[in-house]
Write a protein that binds this ligand. Sequence first.
Ligand code: PLP
Length: 360
Amino acid sequence: MARVYNFSAGPAALPEEVLQQAQTEMLDWHGSGMSVMEMSHRGKEFLSIAQQAEADLREIMAIPGNYKVLFLQGGASLQFAMVPLNLLNGKTGADYINTGAWSKKAVAEAKRFCKVNIAATTEETKFTSTPAQDDLQLDSGAAYVHYTPNETIGGVEFPYIPDTGDVPLVADLSSTILSRPIDVSKFGVIYAGAQKNIGPSGLAVVIIREDLIGHADETVPAMLNYQIQADGESMYNTPPTYTWYVAGLVFDWIKRKGGLNAMAQINERKASKLYAAIDASDFYHNPVEVKSRSWMNVPFTLANADLDSVFLAEAKDKGLVTLKGHRSVGGMRASIYNAMPEEGVDALIEFMRDFEKRNA
Ligand SMILES: *Cc1c(COP(=O)(O)O)cnc(C)c1O
């Protein structure tokens, strides 16, 4: 059996050691005689798994004590709705920063519930940049400010955390959570779909400051109410137990690898060498302004788009897969999350150089 280097944007590659541990524990988790999939979510075995996962995430992200950590279903997309449903708290509007495809989806969903003020948009650069702090037209009466620190499709990442004063900052961190240390205390809410840098799909991790919980309207469904989910320890109903377990294995893997400082060092190195290879060539091109380039998702085009399908086929033969760019952008996209080993990036760069030599 040969494992490939999988550059998928999500569901994305998982660390091989995590998959091996899951395999070892598949039939009999720690002498329980059963798989994690078969356990009651209220039994002491699964409760220990759930609590350890939360404790490890709190440790690696240094999450302050006045934040709750929730493990919810519905992915990041359900948070597009849960955020306004829980945070408006009598206010009528919220600020949104628009830096691309995922920002737009968050805006579209919020418009069902409130007046959306676009505090800044980078549409005029075709979403190849991030706005500067001074360009944010923030409304001091807004219920919150929402932004997307890393746009997974455009490969655009904020080089700073916006300062929103007393207005809570909400971040869709789906594709860059755990890629480096982050000061959680600067945020009101952080949420992330799991299938990029956390674990399998089916789970969203929500990190929320306690004072922002408990303001949902009576009409908000129980499943969508942060208060009810927090009171139930994310077990108001049956949670996605196996996904939660694998996420816990990933948190433990990050801890053993040296935490988020170690992740940041490797991620920066991986991204820098890939961008350097792209920039050194006239054959490959990345359109994003240098300071806003994503560490996690690296889109690039070929000078001759007719070669795209040949590039993808030859890459696949070399065990480099899922490099096709998002349908809205075209070209290629290499997603290089934590689980992508540096050797995978090296192999991609070597293939790109060789392909260029033969085709330029
Ligand atoms: C993948 C992604 C989403 C959507 O996640 P789902 O879990 O599929 O809902 C939202 N935002 C960003 C930034 C993403 O990368």
